[in-house]
Structure formats: structure tokens, C-alpha cells
Ligand binder design. Sequence first.
Ligand SMILES: [Zn+2]
Length: 401
Amino acid sequence: MIFSKLLNQLIMKNLSETTAFAQKLIIKKSVTPNDDGAIKVLKKKLSKIGFKNIDLPFGSKKKNDLILNLFSINKSKKLNNKTLCFAGHTDVVPEGDCKKWKYDPFLGKVSGGKLHGRGASDMKGAIAAWIIACDNILKKKKLNISLALLITGDEEGVATNGTVKVVQYLKQKKIKIDHCIVGEPTNPNYIGEMIKVGRRGSLSFSIETIGKYGHVAYPHLAKNPVTSLIYICNKLNNLKLNLKAKNFPQTNLEVTSIDTGNPTSNVIPYSCKALINIRYNTRYNEKLLLKKIKASFSEVPCTVKLKIISSNKPFYTKSDKCLSLLEKSIYKVTKKKPTLSTTGGTSDARFIKDICPVYEFGSVGKTMHQVDENIDIKDLEKLQKIYEDLILSYNEIYGLN
Ligand SMILES: [Zn+2]
């Protein structure tokens, strides 16, 4: 293991700064909610290039929910300057079965033109790309804009002591951000393919039907909660959720579990529970959806209990000058015109959208959260160039104000 680490470091000598820095981050085993020194690596580099680091730990060691977060800023001396922020997370999802990986997931192995390891795509690669972009620029140039980074260690977990609290802190301290780029892996297949300009809402809930125990041979003496729940789930599956919203996929409902915990085939159980999630566009809201859901309850004989598990509103960032600058930078580097989309799961952009327009653009997400997660080194270099070009053009346009 030590030998392979040494060998890898030797190979590293010929790597670009971005790849080498991404590797430094991958080596830190920051499986959510652990940090393992990942934020420290960032702080060291950022203070070297003129950023001021503000540590923002939230949660407590006692409760075992302490999360390290970082807000770092390179302030321009220009009065009333604009701030362009990059948001990302250093935590990663667990590696799963290590034996299934071709290379150690926390080695940052470079092979076949790829940087391998947990977080390579989601999203240590993008963080490295942004920081090296800042470094390249600040070495040569004084900017009329401020550059900031909002980094959390709590994105892949419960996300209660991460970005949401940093955003609260920024609001309290009246620290202003004018635009934010989130470095999530937004490109499904190739770099330059997709910018996320919002996210669907997500409503997770359970429905429990309460019936009456009984022998299957005497169903008239019982009340079957399974029958009721199947009826309700069928109704929900057939709900018409076809209102369309620009750049949003179809609103969708999925039943993910139906369970009674009943191991027998001759007893009618007491209760049955379903878990359901709806991903919805901006034409819907929680109240409207709950009304549609509850409408099916009156048609069954059982008592029905509805419990909301989690609820996130949809959002959409309207196109502005910053978005067109991002599109231009992407085109300049990749010769691709990115699609504007709101597909995929939720991200921390949902918290940041409350303080400024937020766009998401990062690496290719093909291998994120998977065994053998990796990033193509050419793509990583392109991403760094895109970020660099964006910062420079943002400085040109917004630095004038
Ligand atoms: Zn991510």
C-alpha cells in the first residue's frame, strides 16, 4: 500500500496542477460526514493565493454531527465590487465494497488518462479545477471582482449542518454574493453537455392504512389494509401530473415501498405502509400535490395516515448575463452548446438560490457514486479552462460596475 502510494506520487510529478490538486483531495477519506483533512488542504492552498478563510463548523462533537464548512474570499479593493462564488462539497458517498474497485478508491490513481477515486467526479475534481483557475488568474492579474468559495462537508449526508447554515451565516453577516456556480457533475456524457438552471421539487411521504386483524377465511370480520393501500397506490400512479414547465422534465410519482411486515399468508394484517416520492416542476406545489393525494383516501374503508418525510420546493434560475458568459466559456473551450436543464436529484443549489442566481456546471457524472468513479483528465483540464475563462469574462463585464 505504502509502495503504491509512493509510486503514484512519482507518476504525479508529471501531472498538471489541477489533476495533482484533485488527487490531493481524493486521498483524504472524507466519506460523509467525515472531513479527514480535506478542508485543510483547501485552506492551505487558498490562503497561499490570497484568500481569507472563514471556518464555519456547525453541529457538535457530542451529538456526533459536527460538520466542517468553509467560506473563503479573495476581496477586490474596488468599491461595490461584485462577488462570484463557487459552491461545492468535499464530502463523498461511501466507497462500498473496496474489493470491487479496480484501484484503491482513496489513492487517486492515475491510469489510462483518468484520475480514479471516490469524489473524482462528484466533486473534488471540480473544486480543484476552480481553485487552480483562481490561482492562474490571480498570479497574473488584479481583479475588479471578488472571488469566493462556499465549501461544505455535508452535501451527501443529511445536509442540515452544511450549505443551509452557511447561507444563514452569510445573510446574518450581510456578506453579499452576486452569482454562484455549483460544481456538481452536471454533464451526463461529455464535458460541455449540460448546465443545470434549477431543480425539480421533491416530496417524499408515507401512507399508512390501518385496518383490522383477521383470519383470511373470515374476511368479513376483518378490514384489510393491504387492499386499501393497493387501491390508493394505484390511484396515485394514475394521477394526471402533466402540466409542463420550460426546461423541466415531466412531473413523476414513484411508489418505492409497500410493506406490512406480515410473514404469514393466512392472517389479514393490522396495517400496511407505502413510501412514495414525487419529483415535480414549478407548475406544482406541495399544497396542490397533497390535495390530489388526499382525494384518494376517502374511497377506502381503512383509516389512512399521511406523513411527510421530506419536502423541497422546485426552483428555476432565469437566464441572465452570467449564464450567457458561462455558455460562451463552455463553447470556447469545448465547441459545445450546453443544454439548460433541471433534471436529476436535488443539490445544495436549493439553499443558495435564496441569496443569488445559481447555475450548476461541473464534470461528467457518468461514474459518480459508482464503483470505479473517475474523471477523464482531459475533461478536468477543460473544466479548469472553462472556469478560468468564466472568471475572466465575469471580471470584464461585472468588474465595470
Ligand atoms: Zn455532489
